[in-house]
Design a protein around this ligand. Structure first.
Ligand code: ZN
Length: 161
């Protein structure tokens, strides 16, 4: 069986940043499961895995455009310190859930604190980064109708309802 749309795929992988720093990994003990072709993973990795079989190994370098996007300066904003009621010590690197105008929640990272002003970055933490994956395909199976309906993997390795 080959990786194609609507297949449930499990992977071992190591993800490193541009400097070779370890960002994330899925070990043989805890492989990562996803449904191919439905946007569960970044487009560049999905493209690289298309047509692969169980046991295949690949190393891919994915530019930001095919990963979490370029860093968008428009998404760096200044908020007054008073917006963080209850937080006394705001430091660069801290992350908060902020409510957007459309009522969704978005992760924002404190980039800097300047007096009464807090500079917030709501880009994805990996935006602007080239991502280097070492991947091994572990298993491939058909997704169930219910999994396709929900858009995520069920079973011991996935969601329980
Ligand atoms: Zn579900």
């Amino acid at each position: 069986m080959q990786i194609a749309a609507r297949k449930v795929v499990s992977l071992h992988y190591t993800l490193r940043g541009e400097e070779g720093d370890l960002i994330d990994q899925a070990t043989p003990e805890e492989p990562f499961f996803y449904i191919h072709g439905v946007g569960n993973i970044i487009p560049g990795l999905e493209k690289a895995l298309d047509g692969k079989s169980a046991g295949d190994k690949l190393s891919v370098s994915i530019p930001p455009e095919d990963a979490y996007g370029l860093h968008d300066k428009e998404q760096v904003q200044i908020a007054p310190r008073s917006a963080f009621y209850g937080v006394t010590d705001i430091k660069p690197g801290m992350q908060f859930q902020a409510e957007t105008e459309s009522g969704h929640y978005q992760l924002v990272t404190v980039q800097a604190v300047d007096g009464d002003q807090v500079i917030l970055d709501s880009n994805h933490p990996l935006a602007g980064q080239t991502l280097n994956f070492d991947v091994e395909v572990v298993s491939i199976r058909d997704a169930s109708a219910e999994e396709l309906d929900h858009g995520h993997v069920h079973g011991p390795e996935g969601h329980h309802h």
